[in-house]
Design a protein around this ligand. Structure first.
Ligand code: ASN
Length: 567
């Protein structure tokens, strides 16, 4: 019998022991999630000035307005949130999104934004990361694709949603896309496991580094020409899990805001002279250039032009070949394209110019050799370019072939439906049995290894209960989220603590797992009871889990703990 077969014949996962945290009055209700809105400016919050031009409304105007819109703020909800918070009515997913707005000063038209503003947004996400379930960035549409691209690179090992949005008409107007865009962005940031910088606009959530603004007169302002949306927001919100860029490292979230801004974009045109190209590339500070070429990456291949490009490459200028076409990729199909590659220009594949430019600024600032930087530019760091060779094909899986044959299925949609119905249980059983081979087989047939079972328990919850460090490590490398909560409100970190698996607790913490601020308050009570029962092992494990408060007595004095055996 195969390991997968053996896995199937064994029992369900064991539940954690009785070492459960009591939910206390200090905790918010289980259905409450919190979102931080970073409000940077843009049309969404603009009003007309005396001349009729749109300018950002005065400070505090947006939040005052939102509090008057019942579907953006439920006044009846108790307990009342702090004054700078709003709360959405209960959603279809039975969640309450409580959101706080951090308003920037000054609020900007996004045409006035610069890399310093990207840095501020990234740092604000970093500072508030552990306090919130997700983040929304309210931003003008004109340079939104640059900001969402830059943020996607600056945010390293992101495990929570960061949703950038805005609108084409001010939120205060009768007809506006602002109210809907904000509402859905809040729901996406608070309720879904999308560990990416996304851009939400007009019923679609796109990967932030795949978008470009294509229309300044339509609500449907953005497109993602080379990647389908991460989510389609219709009657139901459909998350396209197969497309999401799942994390693959056991590392904590951090931001790297260093950018080398000595970069530029040169768009080729028929008749462009050698002098124009030479002057552009010879600017002494130029460290990297995006060359916008024709079709699938072609340029005039006259020798004089190729010499100028070769010389720039020899001086260490990194040049990336991006197509002027909206859709498609740079290839080596034509001699005119191959000549550029020979002169030292690197293929940018299907990257948008916005993504290529911000990636180049990010990569150039890294402390790496020129060769390493060139390598980085050619591989996908955050899903910004397509690498077809890595995508498993559902119909290639032997397991799926057998099922398809016995059920007489031959279309892709039905195969996917069978896979989606079977795999949550299979991956949980394989995780319980420590069967990495079976997990690999399931992965190969396109299962995402993050899907929860009927109790909302993911394979990572199961492996954390079992204390299987190898499986936990494997799952984390395949995109499992340390923030997933089962229907009892528990994360894998809770499970590992309850089941007292020290090494798993350490690994989850290293990957960024943390208790929420309210759970931290409760943990202090927990520490008291551990001290009272002389449970040194329990105390150690809670401290490993990040509970740093030292237990205090009623007078606020630290209790000196003397270990005594558990009864
Ligand atoms: N000019 C505005 C901005 O980018 C356009 C908008 O938000 N729709 O800030």
């Amino acid at each position: 019998m195969s390991s997968l077969g053996r896995a199937l014949s064994r029992s369900r996962l064991s539940q954690p022991d009785a070492f459960q945290v009591q939910k206390s009055l200090t905790q918010p209700p289980d259905d409450e999630v919190s979102v931080l809105v970073l409000y940077t400016g843009g049309t969404i919050g603009m009003v007309e000035d005396k001349t009729g031009a749109l300018v950002p409304a005065p400070p505090g105007y947006l939040i005052q307005y939102l509090r008057t819109i019942p579907f953006l703020h439920d006044e009846e909800y108790t307990p009342p949130p702090p004054t700078d918070c709003c709360v959405l009515p209960l959603s279809k997913e039975k969640k309450r999104v409580v959101y706080r707005i951090k308003e920037y000063n000054p609020l900007l038209d996004s045409s006035n934004m610069s890399p310093a503003d990207w840095e501020k947004i990234a740092k604000d996400i970093e500072t508030n990361y552990e306090q919130y379930t997700g983040f929304v960035v309210l931003h003008g549409t004109d340079t939104m694709a640059y900001t969402s691209s830059a943020l996607s690179f600056m945010c390293e090992n992101l495990g929570k949603p960061v949703i950038v949005t805005g609108s084409q008409l001010p939120i205060y107007q009768l007809r506006t896309d602002g109210r809907d865009n904000l509402l859905v962005a809040l729901l996406l940031a608070g309720q879904f496991n999308i560990p990416e910088v996304g851009l939400y606009f007009y019923q679609k959530l796109y990967r932030g580094n795949r978008v470009t603004k294509v229309d300044c007169a339509s609500f449907n302002a953005f497109t993602s020409p080379n990647l389908p949306p991460l989510a389609d927001v219709e009657i139901d919100i459909k998350i396209n899990k197969d497309i999401i860029w799942w994390p693959s490292k056991t590392e904590k979230f951090s931001v790297d805001t260093q950018l080398n801004c000595n970069v530029g974009v040169l768009r080729l045109f028929p008749g462009i002279t050698d002098e124009t190209v030479e002057n552009f590339l010879q600017c002494p500070i130029m460290a990297g250039v995006i060359l916008e070429t024709f079709g699938s990456g072609n340029a005039p291949d006259r020798q004089s032009l190729m010499d100028i490009i070769s010389q720039a490459s020899a001086r260490g200028v990194i040049m990336i070949n991006c197509t002027q076409c909206l859709r498609g990729s740079v290839t080596s199909a034509y001699a005119t394209g191959q000549a550029l590659a020979k002169a030292g220009v690197i293929a940018g594949f299907d990257m948008t110019p916005e993504a290529a430019l911000s990636k180049l600024a990010y990569v150039l600032a890294k402390n790496l050799s020129l060769e390493e930087k060139k390598q980085m530019m050619q591989c996908s760091l955050r899903g910004e370019l397509t690498d077809d060779s890595k995508k498993p094909k559902l119909c290639d899986s032997r397991f799926i072939q057998v099922i398809a044959k016995s059920l007489s299925i031959n279309c892709d949609e039905e195969l996917a439906a069978v896979r989606d119905a079977l795999t949550p249980t299979l991956v949980c059983v394989a995780a319980k049995n420590g069967d990495i081979e079976a997990l690999d087989a399931l992965k190969e047939m396109g299962s995402d290894l993050i899907t929860a079972d009927y109790d909302g328990r993911t394979p990572l919850h199961v492996a954390a209960c079992e204390g299987d460090v190898k499986v936990v490590e494997y799952l984390l490398s395949k995109g499992a989220s340390v923030y997933a909560r089962d229907c009892f409100g528990e994360t894998p970190l809770h499970n590992a603590v309850h089941c007292r698996h020290k090494d798993v607790v350490k690994l989850l913490r290293k990957t960024g797992a943390h208790f929420s601020p309210s759970e931290m308050v409760d943990a202090k009570t927990k520490l008291h009871s551990l001290v009272a029962s002389g449970d040194s092992e329990g105390l150690e494990i809670w401290q490993l889990a990040g509970v740093d408060q030292k237990p205090t007595d009623v007078n606020g004095e630290f209790i000196k703990f003397t270990a005594c055996p558990r009864s």
